[in-house]
Design a protein around this ligand. Structure first.
Ligand SMILES: CC(C)(COP(=O)(O)OP(=O)(O)OC[C@H]1O[C@@H](n2cnc3c(N)ncnc32)[C@H](O)[C@@H]1OP(=O)(O)O)[C@@H](O)C(=O)NCCC(=O)NCCS
Length: 193
């Protein structure tokens, strides 16, 4: 993910504006976060959720600005990598999935930041909702739950990366108080480009 961010900056400076712009967003956890009502079916993710997670991912992203034409098989690879900690060790307490009718309707996955910038802080690796469950408050509930766990634990910040044109996601994150930041000014620069 971090690599994508720096690549996008390079493309922009090169004048290739068709590359998707991704922003790093950060929320300072300096105020208590209220506990939300937990939607029915909310539970901790499990390592055995790979297939359900892959189906959710494939359905949630299909037709969105982040749809790169990936197949269900690609989604399986991503699901496996995520649940194996390939995007950073999963924070099993702060993460959750929502199960409805035997399938995963939504997921919020928090990891230890393992991007190129390695802040070591909480990083929202995935927030996603299956199309038939969208706009019912599942993503917001998952995010508020995660931020509540992190703030009660005394964590200073939560981070994420989002495609600027992803209006639903940006609206959600901004409504929660996340702000775009220029990473180069905030953490030691570990980029190689
Ligand atoms: C972004 C996403 C997770 C939102 O899931 P959701 O469960 O439908 O979201 P919620 O119902 O909890 O809505 C929370 C807020 O998101 C924003 N939002 C959600 N869908 C929106 C849309 N279609 N247009 C504008 N804002 C939207 C709103 O601010 C909404 O708050 P409101 O209902 O009080 O207006 C979902 O659209 C999704 O899975 N998208 C594909 C995956 C993705 O892009 N994930 C984010 C990657 S960084």
């Amino acid at each position: 993910m971090g690599l994508e961010v720096i690549d996008v900056e390079v493309y922009r400076y090169a004048g290739l504006m068709s590359a998707p712009v991704r922003d790093w967003m950060t929320l300072r956890l300096n105020a208590p976060v209220d506990s939300p009502h937990e939607p029915i079916g909310t539970r901790a993710p499990r390592a055995s959720d790979v297939e359900g997670f892959a189906n959710l991912m494939w359905n949630a992203y299909r037709g969105t600005v982040d749809d790169g034409g990936e197949s269900l098989e690609d989604a399986r690879g991503e699901a496996s990598k995520t649940l194996d900690g390939g995007y950073g060790a999963i924070d099993w307490e702060a993460s959750c999935v929502v199960e409805r009718g035997g399938e995963l309707a939504a997921a919020t996955i928090v990891v230890r930041d393992a991007t190129k910038w390695a802040t070591g802080e909480a990083f929202i690796a995935f927030s996603m909702t299956s199309p038939k469950w969208k706009r019912q408050g599942l993503a917001r509930a998952g995010m508020v739950r995660a931020l509540g766990v992190l703030s009660r634990r005394g964590e200073p910040r939560a981070h994420l990366v989002v495609t600027r044109e992803n209006r639903p996601a940006v609206a959600l994150y901004e409504s929660l108080g996340f702000e775009r930041i220029d990473l180069k000014q905030c953490v030691p620069w570990k980029g190689t480009t």
